[in-house]
Design a protein around this ligand. Sequence first.
Ligand code: GRF
Length: 218
Amino acid sequence: MSKLKLGVLISGRGSNLQALIDACSNVDFPAEISLVISNRPGAMGLERARRADIPADVIDHKSFDTRSAFDNAVSQRFESAGVDLICLAGFMLLLKSDFVEHWHNKLINIHPSLLPAFKGLDIHERVYEAGVKITGCTVHYVRAEVDDGPIIIQAAVPVTEDDTPETIGARVLEAEHNIYPEAVRLIANEQAQPQGKKVTLSASGVIPETLINPSLEK
Ligand code: GRF
């Protein structure tokens, strides 16, 4: 069976890109990365792509007069690479609604909180300040509204007394690396159907015990 062709859009470190690269290196994984695009020339993720022999382009937003012109260049490049699904992985620019509509239900993002809580930036600092006991991460279809769109998969991550924004971020990032490839797998296997504001999953999986933090004595 032919694999789902992924385009990955990055701006920096690319650790989620790496998680996707690692997943795709498994012959049984139902997707492959056709092209990585970074809007920043120095992004570490570009190096990760090159190491894995994946085509990696820089499309620098600063060399375009308008953001729409940049969006169009990205769109055309992904289209010419035959991409079926675009994965935003630490892409730090906001895409215009034309782009989002063009790639409707073919554009997903990973966000380091349990959406719809903690949209935006500086999430782990805000999670820390708010004193929440459980945070997490979300993979969702992208809609025109920032950090909005049908949720495909989430992971819950406990916050402990000793945590700092940095340690929370590190624990959440580990969970991100688990769920991003999983979301792609569900989509590639046609087991995740966006319907209105929700995603219907038709995958069987083990549902873990309720996460309570601190965990209760048994
Ligand atoms: C991740 O925390 C992701 O959830 C957010 O930006 C960060 C990107 O990290 N959107 P990396 O570039 O994948 O390492």
